[in-house]
Design a protein around this ligand. Structure first.
Ligand SMILES: [Zn+2]
Length: 135
């Protein structure tokens, strides 16, 4: 197995439950106990009502491509897997997540249905990516 060269996230006290769930191949989102909004990225207060009573709920893992670009030039040797797809996925629960789509660049379209895919990039880190729902 080749060493994974790209930078990996450093979980914070607030984001640690998200990354721990990803290790278990679960996508979880914060949810506000007061206004019931789903929240992503992890943060200490609800962006809708500012309440700090947030819990974690498992998400469906389903979403649609909100926007994307194809990265064709590697920014460094770590990104030599270009071309790859950098995308914003609108989750079924509402929040948008910046991610990668695992598909051929010419196959991706705005509005296409995608499902979460859990990429165990290191023994400690799993990244949440997406693949076409019909794949
Ligand atoms: Zn709220």
């Amino acid at each position: 197995m080749n060493a994974y060269l790209k930078p990996v996230p450093t979980p914070s006290k607030i984001s640690a439950p998200f990354w721990a769930a990803a290790r278990r191949h679960k996508l979880v989102l914060q949810r506000c106990e007061r206004c019931r909004a789903f929240i992503y990225y992890p943060r200490p207060r609800c962006p809708e009502c500012l309440d700090d009573r947030l819990t974690w709920e498992e998400a469906t893992g389903r979403g649609t491509v909100y926007s994307f670009t194809v990265v064709r030039r590697a920014a460094s040797r770590a990104f030599s897997d270009a071309p790859y797809i950098l995308a914003i996925v609108e989750l079924e629960e509402g929040p948008h997540i910046t991610t990668n789509i695992l598909a051929a660049p010419e196959a991706v379209r705005i509005g296409m249905k995608v499902t979460a895919y859990f990429d165990d990039v290191t023994p400690e880190c799993t990244l949440v990516k997406f693949k076409p729902a019909d794949a």
